[in-house]
Design a protein around this ligand. Structure first.
Ligand SMILES: Cc1ncc(COP(=O)(O)O)c(C=O)c1O
Length: 481
């Protein structure tokens, strides 16, 4: 049955509730008005929606009315068979997806660029993994996973229960999902795609194909990243019948709060309607404006982009800061200080800009002007060179395309884990994820050995003052004894 995508059942139910409620004798304690004044000034208007499971508002864990309706509309709009709304972001989606397919000692094939939540899920399921190396874009950016890597891994480990791919990546690079799904399904392997950064893909054909349309079994999205959901929203989509919906519901009841935020849930409902009704034209308009801006920049000779032939999300710009004689950190800092432009991510070489359907022509113009000013200064030599003399630490080249089975966390838990200074940890297996934030991609997975190359890279990151999870203030890592 075709549903009317203009409808927002949950938002409408909350509006009806706000109108009808005269006295609140239920949680939450703020009773929709009792706030500290400054907070109330700024966010008080949202409070009407910050309610709980009341008559007419349904229950996320047993949805039968407004939430069930909103979820069905979402499944239809995105093209899946069932959509579960999440209040813990794609983090909880990844946890739930993996815990719904993997049991103790099961093996999963996992892209090394998977988010921490994927590794945490494998740990919680007491499963184990083989890490697949994605393609490299530029000097140090993870791209898509190639079908040939998947083919080889599937051939070597046909008994693996699932393949877990991140597509698009944080930087916007997409994998050839149709081919990858075909290869995995040939041997009956479940395909889970972390599409946290690609929730807009189903709404415009010219974007890389969504994992949902490519036939992946479970697809996880963060509506707060590229759509209009509030921070912490997520959707877990199910396609086909190969994963038990009952098990997914059970796992979600374990993982999600018993007091899910209606503000968050309603924002998913609204974001879906906005995309379903207006998405195509909004996305097309921004893409056209971005393309015009790229052309103007190029006319000035300014083309500081990471070059790649991989399929890519046009809403992600990867800027090579070296083109401005800057490193990524300095470029991000200049954009912030001079122009009030806050970027998504900077590393030693690249700066990631994340546009969306809601980016305005003014945003694009201001950014273009900022780049042209920096470009002019570079050409006059006014910038000097802020590209530090450095040894390029290509930590990724040391990583195998298909790893050996990674020592499962359950075997690493030990009272005898030892903290070692980074340089003394070479040759030992780490117990924690060692990940540079953002984007939080583990450089070392628990159970992997520290190599000299990785050790150099980590020391460089710490030297830059970058947050590296898994390294303490004394620059030590937790190693298996
Ligand atoms: C690829 C990827 N997957 C999952 C997540 C987790 O998403 P969320 O922040 O919605 O929990 C992130 C977060 O940045 C991510 O980059």
């Amino acid at each position: 049955m075709i549903k009317d995508q203009h409808r927002t059942p949950l938002v409408e139910a909350l509006c009806r509730h706000a109108k009808g409620e005269k006295v609140s004798l239920h949680i939450p304690g703020h009773k929709m008005h009792g706030f500290w004044p400054l907070f109330k000034d700024r966010v008080g208007a949202f409070a009407d929606f910050d309610v709980t499971e009341l008559p007419g508002l349904d229950d996320l864990h047993h949805p039968v009315e407004a939430i069930a309706d909103a979820s069905m509309l979402a499944a239809q709009a995105f093209g899946s068979d069932e959509a579960f709304f999440l209040v813990g972001g794609s983090t909880v989606g990844n946890l739930a997806a993996i815990m719904s397919v993997a049991s103790e000692d099961d093996l999963l094939l996992v892209g090394r660029n998977a988010h921490q939540s994927v590794w945490n899920a494998i740990h919680l399921a007491r499963a184990t993994s083989i890490a697949l190396m994605p393609e490299l874009e530029g000097e140090s950016v993870f791209g898509g996973i190639s079908p040939s890597t998947v083919r080889e891994a599937v051939h070597r480990y046909p008994k693996a229960v699932a393949l877990v791919i991140t597509s698009p990546t944080y930087h916007g690079f997409a994998s050839d999902l149709r081919e990858i799904v075909r290869i995995a399904h040939e041997v009956g392997m479940v395909v889970i795609v972390d599409e946290a950064h690609g929730a807009h893909f189903p709404f415009l054909d010219s974007l890389p194909v969504s994992a949902i349309h490519a036939g992946a079994d479970l697809v996880i999205q963060s509506p707060h990243k590229m759509l209009g959901g509030f921070t912490q929203t997520g959707i877990l989509h199910v396609v086909g019948q190969d994963v038990s919906r009952e098990r997914i519901r059970y796992v979600l009841r374990i993982l999600q709060s018993s007091s899910p935020s209606y503000l968050l849930l309603a924002s998913i409902d609204a974001a879906r309607a906005h995309m379903a009704v207006n998405g195509r034209s909004m996305l097309q308009q921004v893409i056209a404006s971005l393309e015009r801006s790229l052309t103007r920049l190029q006319l000035h000779g300014c083309a500081p982009f990471l070059h790649s032939s991989a399929p890519k999300d046009p809403f992600k710009w990867n800027i090579d800061a070296h083109a401005f004689s800057l490193d990524g950190f300095a470029l991000a800092e200049q954009l912030r200080q001079n122009d009030g432009i806050y970027v998504e991510l900077a590393d030693e070489r690249y700066v990631l800009l994340s546009w969306s359907y809601a980016s305005t022509d003014r945003d694009i113009e201001l950014t273009e002007q900022a780049f042209l000013r920096l470009w002019g200064r570079r050409q006059q030599g006014a910038q000097g060179s802020h590209v530090a003399d450095r040894i390029v630490v290509n930590h990724l080249s040391a990583i195998p395309r298909i790893s050996a089975p990674i020592i499962p966390m359950k075997l690493l838990f030990s009272d005898r884990a030892v903290k070692r200074e980074i340089q003394d940890a070479v040759g030992y297996a780490v117990v924690d994820h060692i990940a540079v934030y953002p984007p939080g991609i583990p450089i070392l997975l628990p159970g992997e050995l520290v190599t000299q190359g990785v050790c150099d890279f980590l020391q460089e990151m710490v030297g830059h003052g970058i947050r590296v999870d898994g390294i303490d203030e004394l620059q030590r890592v937790n190693c298996a004894d």
